[in-house]
Write a protein that binds this ligand. Structure first.
Ligand code: GRF
Length: 189
C-alpha cells in the first residue's frame, strides 16, 4: 500500500488497544502508520509500547486544557497527523480541537452506543439486566460518545458475568474491532 495514513493514538492508562493497533500497523496492507502517541498521564502504562516500538510520544497533563491542546495541535501539524485514534483516552477534548480535526478523530467506547455513553458501562449494563453488550468505534463530535458509528460488535451477557469478566471479554473483542473499523473507515465508510 502506498502512502500510509499518519496516525496518532491518544491514551490515558493501560494502553492495550494501543499495543494492538501497533501490531496491526505492522501488518502488510494495513492503512495506518502510527507516528505519535499522546497521553495526559505521564505514568500511563501504555507509554511503554510507544517506547518499545520507537514511536515518539507527547505527555500533556491537561491541567490547562487549552494550552495542552495547543501543544498537541502544534505537534500534530508538525508531524502531519491525518488520523487520531482515541484508545482509553479519559479527557474530553474541546469543540475547538474537534473542529480542527473534523471527521478524523475515532474513539472506541465499551458499550453498544447510543446506549451507555460515559463511564462505568459494564456496571451499568449488569445493573440494568441487559442481555447484550459490546463495543463501538465511532467518529468523535462535540457531544460525548455521540458521533457517527463506524462499527460495532456485540456479545451476550451470561448469568455469571461481572463487570470484570465483561471488561475482559470486551477488550478481547476490541482488539479485532478497532482495526476492522479503521479498515472500514478508509474503504467504504
Ligand atoms: C477500552 O475498553 C476502551 O473501549 C475504553 O477504555 C478501554 C481502554 O483500555 N475507551 P486500554 O487502555 O486500551 O487497555
Amino acid at each position: 500500500m502506498l502512502g500510509k495514513i499518519n496516525t496518532a493514538i491518544f491514551i490515558s492508562g493501560r494502553g492495550s488497544n494501543l499495543k494492538n493497533l501497533i501490531k496491526f500497523s505492522k501488518k502488510k496492507d494495513n492503512p495506518i502508520k502510527i507516528i505519535l502517541v499522546v497521553s495526559n498521564n505521564k505514568n500511563a502504562k501504555g507509554l511503554i509500547y510507544a517506547k518499545n516500538n520507537n514511536i515518539p510520544f507527547l505527555v500533556c497533563n491537561f491541567k490547562n486544557k487549552n494550552s495542552s491542546e495547543k501543544k498537541i495541535i502544534k505537534r500534530l501539524k508538525k508531524t502531519k497527523v491525518e488520523l487520531i485514534c482515541l484508545a482509553g483516552f479519559m479527557i474530553i477534548l474541546t469543540s475547538n480541537f474537534i473542529k480542527k480535526y473534523n471527521k478524523t478523530i475515532l474513539n472506541i467506547h465499551p458499550s453498544l452506543l447510543p446506549k451507555y455513553k460515559g463511564l462505568n458501562t459494564h456496571e451499568r449494563v449488569i445493573n440494568n439486566n441487559e442481555k447484550f453488550t459490546g463495543s463501538t468505534v465511532h467518529l468523535v463530535n462535540a457531544k460525548l460518545d455521540s458521533g457517527k458509528i463506524i462499527l460495532q460488535r456485540k456479545i451476550k451477557i451470561l448469568k455469571n458475568d461481572s463487570p470484570k469478566s465483561l471488561e475482559k471479554k470486551i477488550l478481547k473483542l476490541e482488539y479485532k474491532l478497532y482495526p476492522d473499523a479503521i479498515l472500514k473507515f478508509f474503504s467504504n465508510f
